[in-house]
Design a protein around this ligand. Sequence first.
Ligand code: GDP
Ligand code: IMO
Ligand code: MG
Length: 422
Amino acid sequence: MIDVILGLQWGDEGKGKIADYLTPKYDLVARFQGGPNAGHSLEFEGKKFVLNTIPSGIFRENTQNLIGNGVVIDPVRLRDEISRIKSECPDYAKRLFVSKKAHLILPTHRILDAASESSKGKDKIGSTLRGIGPTYRDKIGRSGLRVGDILEEDFKTRYQNIVDAHLKQIEFLGYTDFELLAEENLFFEAIEFMKTLTLVNSEYMVHDAITAGKKILAEGAQGSMLDVEFGTYPFVTSSNTLSGGVCTGLGVAPKHIRKVYGIFKAYCTRVGSGPFPTELDNDLGEFLRKKGNEYGATTGRERRTGWLDLVALKYTCMLNGVDDLIMMKGDVLNGMESLKVGTAYNLKGEISQQVPANLCSTPVDPIYDTFGGWGENLDLNSGYDAMDDNFKNYVQFIENYIGSKISVISMGPGREETLVRG
Ligand code: GDP
Ligand code: IMO
Ligand code: MG
C-alpha cells in the first residue's frame, strides 16, 4: 500500500522534515513529480541537508528511495546533490533507484526557462529557472529524452536534434545570455555518472513492492496551489502536484493509495509571482519572514508571507482527499498577541467559501477570524492536552473548518520538535 504526503499550500510547507520523520515506518520513499525546483530541508543531529531530487528517505539506512517516472531530472544537479549527501549516507547507491522513464532536463531546457521568463517581463512566473516548464513541455509534446535513453547508441544524435530545435526557440525569444558549451560538458560528464546509478523499470519495482506487502511513502513536491490543473494558473509549476499525480507519476492504480497526509504551515507563504489572497505585504509579513526564516531552501529567494487561508486549504484538502492534516511551523506564531485566519472571500460583495476559477483576475478581499495568541515557549514534552488553550483553540478551529484531524504538529525544524497526537 501507498501513503502520500504532500503540500497543501504554495510549497515549502515542510515536506522534507515530515517525510524524513515518517520514513522509519516505510520500506520505500518515492518522488512522483517535480524536479530540482523542489528544495526539501531535513535537520537531524545538528546537521542540515536540502534535497532537490532525491527522496527524503535517503538518510534512513533501511529505506529504499525511488525517483519515479513523473519526475524530471537534471543529471548535473543530481550528481551534485549526491556528492553533498555522500558522507552522511555512503551506501546511497544501494538504496537509490531512478526510473528509466523519468525525463531529462537538458542544458537548453534551463536556458529556455530563462529566455521565456525574460520575454514575459513583469508577467513572469517567478520560475526557479531549473528548466522544469520546458522539460515537461517537451514530455507532453512527445519530444523529450528519458533516463533510459542514455543507454541507447543514438543518444547523442537525439540530444543534438532536440538542442537544435531549442536553439531556434531561444533565438526567436531574443535571448543570448548563455554559454552552452561549458554546460554541455558538465551535462555529458553527469550522464556518464548517471550510468553508474541503478536505473529501473520503476512501475514494476513499485508493483513488486506492493505485492510483497511493503509500505511505500509517496513524497510530493511543490504544493497543491501550484498544481498545473487546479493551482493559481498560470502562476503554477508544470506538474500534477496533487494525490492524483501519484498514479501517473509512479504507475500505480488508485486502489493502492491508502492514506493522504496533507501538510500545511500554520500561516502561508508563496515564492514567485501570482495571487496570494491573505498576503501580508507589510511589517507583519516581514516579521513572519524573519521569524520563520522564509527564504528559499535552494534559491535563497524571499518568500512572501501571510495569514493562513482556510478557503484555499479546504479546497486543496478536497482535491487531494486528505485524511490527516499535519501542521508545521506553529512555533513561528509563538508570542504573537493575536492572529488571523482567512475563512471566506469577499468577491465584489459576494461572500464565498470557494476558490474562484480564475483567482488571477478576480479581486479577492479575505474575511478573517481573529484569535488570541499564546506564549513564546510552548512545552511539547507534556503533550497536546497540556498546551496553551489559545493554541489548542487555533488547532481546533482549523480542524472544525476543514473537517479533518491535525494528527502531527511540528514546532521546530528538528526531528524531535514534533508532536504526534494520539
Ligand atoms: P519543503 O519544501 O516542503 O520540504 O519545505 P522547505 O524545506 O523548503 O522549507 C521549510 C523550512 O522550514 C525549512 O527550513 C525547515 O527546516 C523549516 N521547518 C520545518 N518544520 C519547521 C517547524 O515546525 N518550525 C520551524 N521553525 N521551521 C520548520
Ligand atoms: P518545494 O518542493 C515553493 C514555484 C516557483 C514559481 C512556480 C513555477 O520545495 O515545496 P517552476 O520552477 O516550477 O517553473 O516555478 O512554482 N515553485 C515552488 N515554490 N516550493 C517549491 O518546491 C517550488 N517549486 C516551484 O517559485 O512560482
Ligand atoms: Mg522547499
